[in-house]
Design a protein around this ligand. Structure first.
Ligand SMILES: Cc1cc2nc3c(=O)[nH]c(=O)nc-3n(C[C@H](O)[C@H](O)[C@H](O)COP(=O)(O)OP(=O)(O)OC[C@H]3O[C@@H](n4cnc5c(N)ncnc54)[C@H](O)[C@@H]3O)c2cc1C
Ligand code: FES
Length: 267
């Protein structure tokens, strides 16, 4: 019998963490063997199916972190612990972990995109074989009330150089002791940047473009920069063409791309 590649597995929600009004992490009750940077197709009955990055792996669960933006995500936000969603995947090309081994790795992420690099950070901090020699994180949010993964950030701070910035503190009641300004303005505070530094940059297109320009001022080579793309997807497996940019299918050739290739794909 031919198996249906579009058929997902029903998975129970075992935990829900509310980061902000708009963002939640759902812990799903099954093991998923994948690598940092990959995504799953999440299907919510009577709403639709969407691609979401895997934001955490453990031996018997995995996590997705979702921003409530529309039809499917709002239905997902109605789900409670014990409810089920359907999952296909993991799909796509993740981060090139072997290229980061024994290197200085800088991860720059903005907003919800932190979810997509969280497994990479956790892997880099815990793996014995492919770990980076030095890990720096530069993470930006809109304002203090938009900060995600507060507990994880504290843990990461113990293990490497972490700069957390917010665009503004105006109209925000929460106390803020971190940086204020755009992520790009804080690149200069990262120690030891140079041609061989490996960098992952992920966030809105303008943030990525400006950050890469700033990195090149610090002599970081484009070939040492990687990013991850978010495109509208339907099949997730290279069949429908929805995610196509020129000759690349983001769902199978990406979502992670080296910047030499990504530069020609950015709209
Ligand atoms: C590889 C990949 C990984 C992703 N990882 C995450 C993640 O970890 N967390 C998360 O919250 N979201 C992630 N996204 C984006 C997520 O898939 C969309 O937000 C989701 O499809 C919106 O579905 P919806 O039905 O709720 O919204 P809709 O009702 O379809 O749309 C609401 C608004 O969001 C816009 N939108 C829809 N899809 C996308 C998209 N793919 N990119 C940009 N804008 C879009 C629409 O144009 C519209 O303006 C990822 C997308 C891709 C391709
Ligand atoms: S989503 Fe169908 S080809 Fe990529």
């Amino acid at each position: 019998m031919v198996s249906n590649i579009y058929e997902g597995n029903e998975v129970k929600i075992v935990k829900i963490h509310k980061h902000t009004k708009m963002e939640r992490t759902f812990t799903l009750g099954c093991e998923l063997v994948g690598c940092p940077g990959q995504f799953v197709m999440v299907s919510v009955a009577h709403a639709g199916e969407i691609p979401i990055s895997i934001s955490g792996f453990s031996s018997d669960t995995f996590e997705i972190t979702v921003r409530n933006t529309g039809k499917v995500t709002s239905r997902l936000f109605e789900k409670k612990i014990g409810d089920k969603v359907s999952i296909r995947g993991p799909y796509g090309e993740g981060f090139p972990l072997a290229d980061f081994q024994d290197q200085h790795l800088l991860v720059i992420a903005g907003g919800t995109a932190v979810a997509a690099v969280k497994p990479l950070i956790e892997y880099s901090l815990t793996s014995n074989d492919c770990a980076a020699r030095k890990l720096d994180l530069l993470i930006g949010f809109r304002s203090p009330k938009h900060v995600l993964f507060k507990t994880e950030l504290k843990g990461w701070e113990k293990n490497g150089g972490v700069i957390v910035t917010v665009d503004t503190t105006e109209n925000d009641d929460e106390a803020w002791a971190g940086g204020i300004g755009f992520v790009v303005d804080f690149v200069k505070y990262v120690d030891d940047l140079g041609p061989e530094t490996k960098v992952v940059v992920i966030g809105p297109p303008l943030m990525m473009t400006n950050t890469v320009k700033e990195l090149s001022r610090h002599k970081v080579c484009c070939k040492n920069i990687w990013t991850s793309f978010e495109r509208h997807m339907k099949c997730g497996v290279g069949k429908c063409g929805h995610c196509r940019i020129r000759d690349k299918y983001v769902c199978v050739d990406g979502p992670v791309f080296n910047y030499v290739e990504a530069a020609s794909l950015i709209d």
